[in-house]
Design a protein around this ligand. Structure first.
Ligand code: PLP
Length: 432
C-alpha cells in the first residue's frame, strides 16, 4: 500500500514511511485509503496477533516486510492486553489495560512494532540509523526498551534534567550501548528544538542517518488500532453491542488509532477523548477554531500537550471541527478531579489507576445517564499506577506493588550524559 503526506507529498511505501517518521514536506503519513472489513473477516482470529494479521495485512502489501509479518506481530504483542470487566454500583463497565508491556505504558505497543520493523529494514551495523527521541517521560522509555541491544540502530533519548520522575529517569538511562541517554540542562521544549535542529542539519543527518519514533510515525498508530479491533470484536461477539471507548488523550495518537479502527469497519460505538486541563481540543470543537498554545503542567503529565500533532491526521481523515465533533466527544478533566478520581477508583475498583487513566474513569463516572443506558463502555488504561507512585500512593494511602517488568528495569544500573541545550553539545555527544 502507498502512503501520502497530509500536506500532499508522496506516494511512499510503508517501509519509507516507517523509516522517515515525518514526511519531507513536514506532514504526517496516512495510507492512501483505509481497507474496509466485515466482522466475519475476523472469524478465526482468536488472539491479538491473529486480529493484527487480518487488520494490518493490507498495509504491508508490496512492503519488503510482507514475509516477516508473522514474526513482527509476535514480537510486538509479546505481552497480554486484557479487558477487565468491572461492576460499579449497579453499572457494568470495562477497562482495557494497555500497561502490561516492558515499560508499563501503552507506548510499548507502538515502540515494539517500530523496533521490529526498523530492525528488519535497517540493521546495517556499518551505517547505523540514529533514532532521536525527545521525551517528557513515557515515550523515551518505551522506545529505549524496544530498541535495546538491536544491531544497526542507535537511539539518542533527550530528556529535561530534573523534570521527569525518578522512576521515569531510571527507565531512560539503564540500557545497552546502543542507547544514548542525554540529560539536557533545559526544558522538554529545548529537547524538542534540539531534535528538530539536528534533523534539519544536512551534515549531521548524512553522518548519522536520523529517524524519529514519536507518535507522528504511522508505525505507532497501525499496531495500536489492533487492540481496539480486538477488544471491540470480543465485546461485540459476547453481547451484540458496539462498545464506546473513553481514551486518555494528549498528542491524539492513541485515539487516532481507535478512530482508524472504526473507519475500517470494526464494531466500535461512540469515542470520547478524555483530556486533562489542556483544553485545545475541547475549545476547537466549541469555537471551530484551532488555537495551539503552550501546554499547562498537570498531574497527567504525558498528556500535557498544547498542540496535538495528530489533529492534522484527523482533519485530513475525517474533516474539520464541524464534522469531527459529530463523530467524537471530548471531556476536559482538572487536576482536582484527577485526584478525587484516583481515590474513588481505588475504593470502588479495588485497585489503583494512574493519573492519565483517571481522566477516562472520571469521564465515565460523569457521563450523561442516557449515554450509559444506551451504550456499553470500555475505558482505556494507558499506564500502570506504579509509574506515578509519588502522585497516587499518598492519595490512596497504600504502596502500589511494582509489576515484574518494571522491577527488573529499576534494578538495572543507570547512567546518563549531561549536556547543554544546544545543537553543538548534541552533535558532540553523538560523535563520542
Ligand atoms: C502518551 C500517553 C498518553 C497520551 O497518548 P496520546 O497518544 O499522546 O494521545 C496518555 N497516557 C499515558 C500514560 C501516556 O504515556
Amino acid at each position: 500500500m502507498n502512503f501520502f503526506s497530509t500536506r500532499g507529498a508522496g506516494p511512499v511505501s510503508l517501509d519509507e514511511a516507517l523509516r522517515r517518521g515525518i514526511a519531507e514536506d513536514g506532514g504526517l503519513y496516512l495510507p492512501e485509503s483505509l481497507p474496509l472489513f466485515e466482522i466475519v473477516d475476523f472469524n478465526n482470529a482468536e488472539s491479538i496477533p491473529d486480529v493484527a494479521r487480518v487488520l494490518l495485512k493490507p498495509f504491508f502489501a508490496g512492503s519488503v516486510l510482507e514475509s516477516d509479518i508473522e514474526e513482527i506481530l509476535e514480537e510486538t504483542f509479546s505481552f497480554t492486553i486484557p479487558t477487565r470487566e468491572l461492576q460499579v454500583a449497579d453499572k457494568s463497565v470495562a477497562l482495557l489495560e494497555l500497561y502490561h508491556g516492558p515499560t508499563a505504558a501503552f507506548k510499548d505497543v507502538g515502540a515494539g512494532f517500530l523496533a521490529a520493523c526498523l530492525t528488519r529494514l535497517e540493521g546495517d551495523v556499518d551505517s547505523p540509523l540514529t533514532i532521536l527521541v525527545a521525551t517528557s517521560g513515557d515515550t523515551g522509555g518505551a522506545v529505549a526498551a524496544a530498541f535495546d541491544s538491536r544491531a544497526g540502530i542507535r537511539v539518542a533519548v533527550l530528556f529535561p534534567d530534573g523534570r521527569v520522575s525518578a522512576r521515569q529517569e531510571h527507565q531512560l538511562c539503564c540500557w545497552s550501548d546502543n542507547i544514548l541517554s542525554l540529560k539536557v540542562k533545559g526544558s522538554f521544549d529545548d529537547c524538542q528544538l534540539m531534535v528538530k535542529a539536528a534533523m534539519a542539519d544536512k551534515e549531521l543527518s548524512t553522518v548519522h542517518r536520523f529517524s524519529s519514533a514519536n507518535s507522528i510515525n504511522i508505525g505507532r498508530l497501525l499496531p495500536q488500532s489492533t487492540y481496539y479491533a480486538d477488544a471491540s470484536l470480543r465485546h461485540y461477539r459476547r453481547t451484540g453491542n458496539k462498545p464506546g471507548f473513553i481514551i486518555p488523550t494528549g498528542n491524539l495518537g492513541n485515539a487516532s488509532a481507535c478512530i482508524m479502527a472504526r473507519e475500517m469497519g470494526l464494531p466500535i460505538g461512540p469515542i470520547i477523548l478524555a483530556t486533562n486541563a489542556n483544553r485545545i481540543i475541547a475549545d476547537y470543537f466549541e469555537s471551530l477554531e484551532w488555537l495551539p498554545r503552550a501546554s499547562l503542567q498537570t498531574l497527567a503529565s504525558a498528556m500535557d500537550v498544547g498542540d496535538p500533532s495528530n489533529m492534522e491526521r484527523l482533519r485530513h481523515l475525517i474533516g474539520e471541527a464541524d464534522v469531527l465533533r459529530d463523530q467524537l466527544s471530548v471531556s476536559s478533566v482538572s487536576d482536582d478531579e484527577i485526584k478525587a478520581t484516583l481515590r474513588q477508583d481505588f475504593a470502588s475498583f479495588g485497585f489503583a489507576t494512574c493519573p492519565h487513566t483517571a481522566t477516562a474513569t472520571h469521564t465515565w463516572r460523569n457521563l450523561d445517564p442516557a449515554l450509559t443506558e444506551e451504550h456499553d463502555w470500555i475505558m482505556v488504561a494507558t499506564a500502570h499506577p506504579a509509574k506515578f507512585e509519588t502522585i497516587v500512593e499518598p492519595l490512596i494511602g497504600e504502596a502500589i506493588p511494582l509489576p515484574p517488568d518494571l522491577e527488573y528495569i529499576l534494578a538495572r544500573p543507570a547512567s546518563a550524559v549531561s549536556i547543554d541545550p544546544t545543537l553543538n553539545s548534541l552533535a558532540a555527544a553523538l560523535q563520542d
